[in-house]
Design a protein around this ligand. Sequence first.
Ligand code: FUL
Length: 457
Amino acid sequence: MELREFLKEAANVRPTRRQMEWYDTEFYAFVHFTMPTAIDKDIGEGDEDEMLFNPYDLNCDEWVEAAKSAGMKGIVLTAKHHDGFCLWPSKYTEHCVKNSKLWKDGKGDVVKECAEACRRGGLKFGIYLSPWDRNAKSYGTDEYNDFYCNQLTELLTGYGELFMIWFDGACFEGPNGKKQVYDFPRYIELIRKYQPNACIFNDHGPDVRWCGNEGGNARRGEWAVVPRELCYRAEVQTGEGPLADVGSLDTIMPYDGNIGEINNIMFSKGLTFTGAEIDMSIRPSWFYHTNQEPHSLERLFNTYLNSCGNNTSFNLNVPPMPNGRLDKRDIDRLKELGDLIRDEFSEEKLVDYELTTTKISELQYVLKLQFKDWTRIRYVVLREDIENAGQRVENFKIAYKEDDEQFFEGFTIGHKKICKLRDFWLDQIVITISSARDVPVFRDIKVYSCPEPEENK
Ligand code: FUL
């Protein structure tokens, strides 16, 4: 195939409706809260006494309000972590809240309370169900896949609409010393059956893939269009193709490379649309420890710019305390973060412009944005129309004039690219698209001003 033809094909690999909805959800909360919270650890052994779990002051509305104050649009709850303890009264295990008799006499259900609070507060709700289970006796046998599917079905059918099912890639030994071969194609099929609108997160997709680190870093160019052999097959995404095609994924995702760039996709066995999520905790650990502090506002805001503003979503973990409440330090930090995001990208700071587009060649364009007045500019936010046209731009730069030294050098754009400039006074900017896989199509381009610093006034 000619290179030009291949690139055109790559440019037209597009997200499904559910993937588009996930992209537009952008920023959501991970809630790590279960047995490790009660025992002040990051991972349980699987043999903990259920009575240790006693969130006597549980307040999921507080979680929802805190998430909303940060501008988040959903919550993903750890319904079961690696220790196997279930936050809902599962029929298939005794290692769950029904034996946490100190809490609501064993009648409690954290999944239900969280799902209902999300609905009351207008947030989407999703679940994390660890495939690694250090409690299940059947772990390491075929029977475990049946057990896991039964638990998954309870969650898929009992708690209303779910926007995300989050699979943890961890696969270590269970109580009998054996490792499990997870039947992901079967799990995926079950999710498609009961929750067709839910996005499935897994290291390799099919809908959303892991960015490859827990430190909040996206790749230089975080493409959503990646080699098909690195991800679960597209057929599973739509449910239209043969599941037998999926096979097992023994390919290791190269976490350090720019997996969607031309030299990596050219020799692939095909392409799939599988965007990345950045997951990170607001504190150093995934579970709550009283002696830890939330990360600085600056670090969290930069991660927001580098995730939602870098063609990935941001799943920020906020771990509740053993009593079920959030630490005030986290509540305050979330509010500060939300205030900063709302302020930096407020409607009042939107700058009006007149756009002139010049074609240099079929795949190279110059976009001139002329402002009405001289304005201090902080951000240019670019969004491609990925739903209708796919991800196309490969390289761009922003400068005052076409031949001037650039203020900003960018690679892929995709769902959203936030370009932070250096608060220069400008009356125009020029965005040069120097390479693209097909004629670029934008959803929108927004420019935000910033106030003059006090010392300059
Ligand atoms: C990892 C787990 O081992 C951590 O405990 C945490 O749940 C994180 C989100 O994923 O694989």
